[in-house]
Design a protein around this ligand. Sequence first.
Ligand SMILES: [Zn+2]
Length: 283
Amino acid sequence: MQKFFEPFGLRAISLRFTCSECGVEIITDSITMPIPDYGAEDIGDSYRENDYIAECENCKKNYYIYVSASYGDAYVECDEIWDEEGVEIEEIPDFDEDLLESILGNTSFYDNFNNSISALNELSKINIVDEELSSYHNKLIYSSIITCLETYLSDAFINTVLGKEMHFRKFVETFKEFNSQKFILSELYTKMDRIKDTAKKAMLDVIYHDLPKVNGMYLDTLDVKFPNFGHLQKAIMVRHDIVHRNGKTKEGNIVKIEKKEVAELIKQTSDFVTEVENQIQIL
Ligand SMILES: [Zn+2]
């Protein structure tokens, strides 16, 4: 049997079915959802699989269960189960309640951004004599500026979308990952019950430094247009080298950040966020 289900907002599933050998009911442990390859070009290439062996407690028959998920859908497969209708999928939801709560608590996202940025600005003025330490200091501040930008973009978006029904509806109707999902009419109420959670999870999962994607979301959902962000995208790449490549570029060159580059990034980020905020204010 092969049965499709909707993977969004799920940490794991558990199956309930009848043993085809002896008729006893089997309930599996929770089977963790695989994480699809979000970098894949299309849905077909994005499938990832987790497997699980269930054993009937009564007759000891083994069931080899495979759970596959793409970024559009998911299905569970098991050759030993013949009766697809008799299989119930119990969905175990997942989203980071704590993270969401902290984001929803941050309704003064613009003030918070400004406070953090001015603190970073003050820190950047400190003179450090040791050259190596000074360079390290600059890199830390540089990375933190990008983090402030990401925090602002996620908190402003999620709070604004959840704050008004019409924004929420627009988000659900335009979010790319939802476009590929279909469901049958009898699932309508279940889907409706779950739509808030599904959307929250989807918004939390977005990588907010992916500016082209985030720009599309802001535009489609809120009609907020990002100012030119080419220079910020370059800074995000530099931050990537600092954080993930231990301060070296792909080519192996050492990333060097001067004081004036930090000052420049602070200015660019502030200008960018202020322009976005001005548009959010009049929504
Ligand atoms: Zn059995």
